[in-house]
Design a protein around this ligand. Sequence first.
Ligand code: SAM
Length: 277
Amino acid sequence: MTERETAPPEINTGVPSVARVYDHFLGGKDNFAADREVVDEVIRAMPPGWRPSTSALDNRAFLRRAVRYLVRVAGVRQFLDIGSGLPTQGNVHQVAQAAHPDCRVVYVDNDPIVLVHARALLARDPGTTVITADIRRPTEILDNPVVRDFIDFQQPVGLLLVGILHHIHDHEDPGGIARRLVAGVPPGSYLAISHFRDPGPEHPEESELAARREQIFTERLGVGRWRTQEEIVSFFGDLELVEPGVVPLQEWRPDPGDLIEKHEIYHTFVGGVGRKR
Ligand code: SAM
């Protein structure tokens, strides 16, 4: 069978999607030729021997550590994971529920393929649900009846914007989107962000590699922004940043025994967590 026949009709397999390209970077199977071509193009633009999974795996590991921190240290029991992506190993609800069984997760993504795959996987888990919505309309997410039903807005919420804001154009105001989401959750809530970074003149070779990837993402996926440290920190607004702040993903509260591997693009992807006072 062709890919077109195996995919549900609402999925356009001929056009690459961020969720499916990321799935291929992670070594997943829920992607099509158009998605794999984007990854191949990135590989050609990178130094020989570069492993395409490095950043994606760093990002998933950051996500796992951030969720565990929020459950174990901060006492968060409910999560709004926006730009959740295709189900993969160590999904947010699995990580959170391993730390505390009462944890509940709403997965939000604007790509219909995420809904198709997530529904099949999550149908068995009463602590988890999934909706299709666009982060560029944050009020629609906060007011969504499924979200209102699932999340208790009197209790702290863990807002996860992991690997999504760099897919929002400057003119769509990613900082304003984050602020509006944070305004909708109670004090004591947390915001976790991971974001592509242009490390600037301090790491000129990595900055050049970031520019190459930005060009490919822009041409093939519409947007992919490697922003400055200042821009990314500003997305936390007046939240109190949890130590160590906004840092290369592997440096955010590594687990004991974790080895830091400073690969070719180590400084071009950062993450942080902030607390709403
Ligand atoms: N959060 C997961 C992680 O970090 O492993 C997945 C990140 S993946 C790189 C980005 C996800 O954001 C994709 O699944 C994509 O479909 C989703 N996305 C991109 N733009 C979006 C938008 N405007 N609204 C909602 N989701 C969006």
